[in-house]
Design a protein around this ligand. Structure first.
Ligand code: NOJ
Length: 757
C-alpha cells in the first residue's frame, strides 16, 4: 500500500515539524520570561539603593539646546542636576559626541544611572522617508516597517535610543496640521500601520544596537481636537473612543511598544495627562501595558491652564496619580513630587512603579551594561551613508505618490520627449521635500536630498531639453514670473508644474482654516493651460488640500505629499513609468472646508443623502455636494483592473466560524501594476447604528499586464464586532453586506451573508 505509507510519512513529518515549532516557541518564551525576571531583579536591586530624590529624578525629562520642539524653559543648571541623578532622560540632543558628553555626566551620579535620549524621529533620521500620511497612502505595511527600521538603524547609531513615534491618532480633519504625522482617517488601516511601525522601530528586540524604543502617541483621541485646532479639547462618546480612536493604540501595545505619550488635549473635560481612566484603567490595567508613559511637552504643567489644577503641586499630583510616569519639560514633578510624598498625597509605591517602568527599559536597552552603546561614531558614519537606505527611501516614496487624474493617459511620459518645461516654486528647493518633523543634522549639507529638478535631470535622456521657470512663490500675489513660465511652456511638449504648501505649513501648531493651494499657484496653472499644452501637476503637501480648479482642469495630477530625501528620483520614476503608481488616499479629500469633517465610515442617519440631486429633508448641505472631491481609498494606476468572481464559502456564518472570501483581480491594461483591493463590511441592522461601510481587510497585489490572480480574505467574528450600548464588544446576529472595491466609493462587487447563533 504505497499510497497509505506516503500519507503516513507525510503526516508524521508534519507532526514532527509542529512539535519542533511548539518546542522552540516554548523555549523562547521560557528564555524571555527568565530574562524578564532577571531584569526585574536588577531593577529592584537598584530601586532599593535610591533615595526619594533620586527616584523622582528618573521621572524628569529635559530638553537639550539643539532644537526646541515646544516652549523652552531656560535652565543653565542641567549638568549639575544630571550629575546629582535628578534627570532620567533628555530629548533633542543631536549627534553622538553631544549625547556622549551628557551620558558621561549622568554616570558620574551616585548610582551611575544612564540617561535615555529621546527624539522625534518621525520619518527618518538622515535618510528622510515620506511623511507618515504619505507612507500610509502606500498601504504597504512591509515598506513602512522597513522605513521605520532604517530610521531606527540610523538614529540608534547616532546615540538615540527612543523615538517619539509612531503617532497613531486617527485624524478626520485636514485643518489639523498634524494629520501629516499619522496614518489618516481609518481605524483598521491605522491599526495595521501602527503595528508595522512599532515593529520597525523596535526591530527584533530592545537591546539590539540598531533598535530604538517606539512611543505610541498621543494617548488619547488627540486627532479629534475640535475644529482641527491644535492643542484643542476633544469631546467624544465612549463608543467612538473605543471603536475608532483606541484600536491603533491597542495595536501598538500588541506589537510590544515600549512607551506611550499622553496628549495635550482634554478628553471630555479631563486632560489626557491627568486622565486615570485612559492611563491606569485602560492602558496599564485592561491592556496590561508594562512600559512607561511620558507626558507631552509641558502637558503636566498645562493642566493649570486647563483649569483642572490650581498650581504645579496639584498638576503633579493629578498626573502621577493618573499614570503619567515621566514629565517632559514641565518640571512639575521635580518641584513638587517630594513634597507630595511627604504630605502623604502620593504614596511612594506610585513613584516606585513609575521608576521601575523606566529603569526596566534602561536595562532592556542594555544601557546599564554600556551607557555608550548607541554612541559609536564609526557605526554612525556607516549608517548615515548606507546607499541601501537611499534606495529604500526612493522605493517607498514612489509607492506613496497618488495618481489622482490622468486625462487621455497623458502619463507615463515618453522618455524621448523633445522638450519638457518644469515649472513651479517647488521644483528646485531641496529641504522642502523633507516635510515637517525632519531632522536637520548639523554639519551635513543638504545635497544628499534629490530635488525634483535633479530627479528629472537624472531620468531624461540626452535628447530631451529640460526648461525651468519658477513662475511664482508658494505664497503671495506676485505674478511677475508668470510670463517667463508661459514662454517656456510654449516651447515644450509637456509642462510639469510643481505647486503646493510650504513644508512647515503642516505639522505641530500648523492648523489652518484655509487649506486651498496658497498664493497665486492655481492662477499660474490657469495661464499655463491657456497655452494649450498638457500640464501635469505635482501637488506637494502635508495634508489633504482643496484644489478644485486644478482637479477639474489639469491634464494629470500626482499628489506627491512630502516624499523625503529621494523625492526627485521617486517623482521621476512615476512620471516616466518606471514605477506604476499604486497608492490610495488614506484620508478623504474635501471639496471645500465646509464639508469637514468628512469621512467614509459615517452613519447612514435617519434621512440619508445618497445623491446630489436632492438636498431637501436629507442630511446634506444645500450648497455642497455630499461627496468629497476624492474619497478614502481612491487612487489610479497606469493600468486598469477588473474585479470578478466574488465568492463566499458560506452565506450563513456561525459566530465562532468564519467565511472565506475569494475574488479575482485581472490586470486589463498595458502596464504591470499593483492594486490595493479593499474589503468593506456593513452591519445592516444593529442594536446601535453602524457605519455605512468599514474597511475590514485589504490586499496589495502585483499583477503583470494581462495577468489575473484570485485573492482570499477571511471574515471572522472579530471583523463583525462593535461596541454596543453597554460598551461590550459583540458581533450581533443578522445580515451583513460585504463589498469589494477599488476605493470606498468605487465598489466593484457586492455580496451578503448572515451571522447566525
Ligand atoms: C510635542 C508634540 O506634541 C509631541 O508629539 C512631540 O513628541 C514632543 N513635542 C517632543 O518634541
Amino acid at each position: 500500500m504505497p499510497f497509505k505509507h506516503s500519507f503516513y510519512n507525510l503526516f508524521m513529518k508534519k507532526m514532527v515539524i509542529r512539535i519542533l515549532v511548539l518546542f522552540t516557541v516554548l523555549l523562547q518564551f521560557k528564555m524571555l520570561t527568565a530574562q524578564q525576571r532577571a531584569i526585574d531583579k536588577k531593577v529592584d536591586s537598584v530601586l532599593r539603593l535610591m533615595t526619594l530624590e533620586e527616584k523622582i529624578g528618573q521621572l524628569n525629562q529635559y530638553n537639550d539646546d539643539w532644537r526646541a520642539t515646544g516652549p523652552v524653559t531656560v535652565d543653565n543648571d542641567k549638568a549639575n542636576q544630571i550629575r546629582k541623578g535628578q534627570v532620567g532622560s533628555l530629548l533633542n540632543v543631536l549627534g553622538t559626541e553631544r549625547i556622549k558628553s551628557w551620558q558621561m555626566i549622568a554616570i558620574q551620579s551616585r548610582l551611575k544611572i544612564p540617561l535615555l535620549f529621546g527624539q522625534d524621529v518621525i520619518h527618518g533620521y538622515k535618510t528622510t522617508f515620506p511623511i507618515p500620511i504619505a507612507e500610509a497612502a502606500s498601504w504597504d505595511l512591509d515598506a513602512m516597517e522597513l522605513s521605520a527600521r532604517i530610521a531606527a538603524t540610523e538614529a540608534s547609531a547616532a546615540g538615540i535610543n527612543w523615538t517619539f513615534a509612531p503617532m497613531v491618532d486617527i485624524a478626520r480633519d485636514p485643518r489639523w496640521g498634524r494629520v501629516m504625522e499619522g496614518a489618516g482617517e481609518d481605524t483598521y488601516l491605522g491599526s495595521k500601520i501602527a503595528f508595522a511601525r512599532v515593529k520597525g522601530f523596535q526591530g527584533n528586540k530592545l537591546g539590539d544596537t540598531n533598535t530604538v524604543m517606539a512611543c505610541a502617541k498621543h494617548f488619547a483621541a488627540y486627532g479629534a481636537a475640535i475644529g482641527g485646532r491644535d492643542y484643542n479639547s476633544v469631546d467624544m462618546s465612549d463608543r467612538l473612543l473605543w471603536e475608532v480612536y483606541l484600536p491603533p493604540f491597542k495595536a501598538a501595545v500588541d506589537a510590544g511598544v515600549a512607551t506611550f505619550m499622553n496628549a495635550f488635549n482634554d478628553l471630555n473635560g479631563v486632560p489626557a495627562t491627568g486622565n486615570k481612566y485612559l492611563q491606569r484603567d485602560i492602558l496599564k490595567g485592561k491592556w496590561g501595558f508594562k512600559g512607561f508613559v511620558v507626558s507631552d511637552w509641558g502637558s503636566v504643567g498645562e493642566m493649570i491652564n486647563h483649569g483642572t489644577a490650581k498650581n504645579g503641586y496639584e498638576a503633579a499630583l493629578s498626573a502621577i496619580t493618573a499614570g503619567s510616569d515621566m514629565d517632559m519639560e514641565s518640571r512639575c514633578y521635580k518641584k513638587n513630587l517630594v513634597q507630595l510624598v511627604k504630605d502623604k498625597k502620593v504614596p511612594v509605591t506610585l513613584i516606585d512603579d513609575a521608576v521601575k517602568r523606566i529603569l526596566k527599559k534602561k536595562f532592556e536597552l542594555g544601557l546599564f551594561d554600556d551607557p555608550f552603546k548607541f554612541c559609536n561614531t564609526g557605526r554612525e558614519q556607516a549608517a548615515l551613508n548606507n546607499p541601501a537606505h537611499a534606495k529604500a527611501a526612493r522605493e517607498i516614496a514612489a509607492k506613496s505618490i497618488v495618481l489622482l487624474k490622468n486625462s487621455n493617459n497623458l502619463l507615463p511620459l515618453a522618455k524621448n520627449l523633445k522638450t519638457i518645461a518644469f515649472i513651479g516654486p517647488l521644483v528646485k528647493p531641496l529641504k522642502q521635500n523633507k516635510g515637517f518633523w525632519d531632522i536637520d543634522i548639523p554639519g551635513i549639507d543638504s545635497n544628499f536630498i534629490v530635488s525634483q529638478w535633479k530627479g528629472l535631470q537624472n531620468k531624461i535622456g540626452a535628447n530631451t531639453t529640460l526648461l525651468y521657470a519658477k513662475g511664482c512663490d508658494i505664497e503671495g500675489n506676485n505674478r511677475e514670473g508668470f510670463a517667463e513660465a508661459v514662454e517656456i511652456a510654449k516651447q515644450a511638449d509637456v509642462v510639469i508644474l510643481s505647486i503646493g504648501e510650504r513644508r512647515d505649513m503642516s505639522g505641530e501648531a500648523k492648523s489652518r482654516s484655509n487649506i486651498n493651494i496658497p498664493g497665486v499657484q492655481e492662477d499660474l496653472l490657469k495661464e499655463l493651460l491657456a497655452t494649450g499644452k498638457p500640464v501635469v501637476v505635482l501637488i506637494n503637501a502635508g495634508r489633504p488640500l482643496v484644489f478644485n480648479y486644478t482637479a477639474d482642469n489639469a491634464s494629470a495630477i500626482l499628489y506627491t505629499w512630502w516624499l523625503g530625501s529621494e523625492a526627485g528620483n521617486a517623482i521621476a520614476d512615476v512620471l516616466f513609468g518606471d514605477y506604476n503608481p499604486s497608492a490610495k488616499l488614506p484620508m478623504s479629500f474635501p471639496l471645500s472646508v465646509g464639508q469637514i469633517p468628512i469621512y467614509y465610515s459615517h452613519f447612514n442617519t435617519g434621512r440619508p443623502a445618497t445623491s446630489d440631486d436632492k438636498h431637501h429633508y436629507n442630511s446634506s448641505y444645500n450648497d455642497l455636494s455630499i461627496f468629497p472631491k476624492y474619497e478614502f481609498g481612491y487612487g489610479l494606476s497606469y493600468t486598469s483592473f477588473h474585479y470578478s468572481n466574488l465568492q463566499l464559502s458560506k452565506k450563513k456564518m456561525k459566530i465562532q466560524d468564519q467565511v472565506e472570501v475569494s475574488v479575482t483581480i485581472s490586470n486589463t491594461g498595458k502596464y504591470d501594476g499593483e492594486e490595493i483591493v479593499q474589503l468593506y463590511i456593513r452591519d445592516k441592522v444593529g442594536s446601535i447604528a453602524r457605519p455605512v461601510k468599514e474597511l475590514k481587510d485589504f490586499s496589495k497585489i502585483k499583477l503583470n499586464a494581462g495577468e489575473s490572480k484570485t485573492i482570499k480574505f477571511v471574515i471572522n467574528k472579530e471583523k463583525l464586532s462593535f461596541y454596543n450600548q453597554q460598551l461590550q464588544w459583540v458581533a450581533e446576529p443578522g445580515d451583513f453586506e460585504l463589498t469589494i472595491g477599488a476605493s470606498s466609493k468605487d465598489i466593484r462587487l457586492k455580496e451578503e451573508f448572515e451571522l447566525v447563533k
